[in-house]
Design a protein around this ligand. Structure first.
Ligand code: HEM
Length: 427
């Protein structure tokens, strides 16, 4: 498939553009050619090697020594000099967290910070999440039409994440701006003008994270994961370092809520697109957990992640040089029919649904995965119980924030006839 003229980069690889509307709308479909013909290719536009098949993506995730996660939060597009100046003014120094830390530091830190994510600690959050969800649904259940993102799917995951972290629930609107800026700064391709705005917001986010951290340090008995991390920082400062705390404070606010908001939006969009599936779920809520896995597989909120080769190596027979940067496209892997029979097809009964790579795989696999699953389950349980007759509004276009990693529609309009709400006939 090499291009004419003997160039080793094929025409399709040359044309690959992960910021193009077609790719943003459906990354798995846009990489079908790659899964079929060229599962590992170099993208000259991006400067990354792209990996698109299930087995290969999983193998890269699995070997985090050959394929270091150190570039996971690196800017895809290097900032302009002006943007750098702005960031410097805010003393911005995003560094290692967990997700981009190498071994052996990573495992020691992960172990020291695991406890709060254990199932028994998550179960204790269920009532709180359900309460919040019911309040939000109460507010719109009689209205007949709502944007689910605005009405609940953005705010609840943020509230829950802040609660989990022990971060004060102030400045929620600023956090919206900050999260978008962090995503565009890290995984986007901002224009020169956008870069300046984004750099300013990221700088303010960095300062905000520092201020919150200082405030939390003065509350030695505070509860929540970041308080735990602060205590571990005092106990084992060489494992849970100062630099880690500040970087993590910023990264986790985004990781803990944006991903879950987008995953919930994707899932509801997908389930409501197939009336039969939605009706089955409404009738049999026990189907929800596996349906969630199938939604995370088909329409995950993280579509790709990054690794750097630490030595000359190969993937599926393709030579990869040391220092090569890799874009491992989980969204493509998750649709790979070599692993998932009829990979593009929504099957809420699929036994292997949970084998998706949306949470990554191996030693860095998402620590918050069960948290996200819990929130998604509660949202879908409450909505399917109270608004089984809800439908996607027909007059809507879905738009996606242009970036390499996070994916989900920015709004999700649904409508229903409030006169038919089940609670009116059976309150
Ligand atoms: C790591 C996705 C929700 C905390 C990751 C990674 C991915 C991911 C792809 C990197 C995995 C790897 O390198 O193998 C997601 C998705 C979510 C979600 C799709 C929602 C649907 C959350 C939540 C939290 C969280 C709610 C916290 C409350 C973390 C942490 C790591 C991580 C701490 C770093 C783990 C490590 O490097 O050892 N997540 N995440 N995530 N996630 Fe999530």
């Amino acid at each position: 498939h090499a291009a004419p003229g003997g160039c080793p980069v094929s025409t399709q690889a040359q044309a690959f553009d992960p910021f193009a509307a077609e790719y943003l709308a459906n990354p798995a479909a846009a990489l079908q050619w790659s899964r079929d013909q060229e599962p590992v290719f170099f993208s000259p536009q991006l400067g990354y090697w792209v990996v698109s098949r299930y087995e290969d993506v999983k193998a890269v995730f699995r070997d985090n020594v050959t394929f270091s996660p150190s570039i996971a939060l690196e800017r895809v597009v290097p900032p302009s000099d002006e943007a750098m100046e702005t960031l410097k003014r805010y003393n911005y120094q995003m560094n290692r967290t967990l997700v981009n830390e190498d071994e052996p530091a990573h495992m020691e830190r992960r172990r020291a910070l695991m406890e709060h994510f254990l199932p028994e600690n998550l179960a204790a959050k269920e009532d709180m999440i359900r309460q919040l969800t019911r309040q939000k649904v109460d507010a719109f259940v009689d209205s007949g039409r709502v944007d689910l993102v605005e009405a609940m799917l953005w705010e609840i995951p943020l509230t829950v994440a802040l609660h989990f972290l022990g971060v004060p629930k102030e400045d929620m609107d600023a956090l919206k701006e900050f999260s978008v800026a962090h995503t565009v700064n890290t995984w986007g391709k901002p224009s020169p003008e956008q870069q300046l705005k984004v750099a300013d917001a990221v700088g303010r986010f960095w300062q905000y994270a520092g201020t919150v951290l200082e405030k939390m340090r003065r509350e030695p008995d505070g509860t929540g994961w970041m308080h735990h991390a602060i205590r571990m920082n005092a106990e084992i400062p060489e494992v849970v370092t100062d630099s880690y705390l500040h970087s993590m404070m910023m990264a986790i606010i985004v990781a803990g809520h944006e991903t879950t908001s987008l995953a919930s939006t994707n899932a509801l969009k997908l389930l409501l697109s197939d009336r039969l599936v939605w009706e089955r779920i409404c009738k049999t809520p026990e189907l929800i957990p596996n349906a969630i896995e199938e939604c995370l597989r088909l329409e995950g909120s993280v579509v790709a992640w990054r690794r750097r080769a630490t030595r000359d190596t190969e993937i599926a027979g393709v030579a990869i040089p040391a220092e090569a940067k890799l874009l491992i496209v989980s969204a493509s892997a998750n649709h790979d029919s070599r692993h998932f029979e009829n990979g593009d097809f929504l099957d809420i009964y699929r036994d292997s649904a949970a084998e998706h790579l949306t949470f990554g795989y191996g030693s860095h696999q998402c620590m918050g995965k069960n948290f996200a699953r819990l929130e998604m389950r509660i949202f879908i349980e409450e909505l399917s119980r109270r608004l089984p007759h809800m439908r996607l509004s027909e007059d809507q276009q879905f738009s996606y924030l242009p970036n390499l990693a996070f994916r989900g529609p920015q709004q999700l309009l649904v409508e229903w006839d409030p006169a038919l709400n089940p609670e009116r006939s059976d309150p």
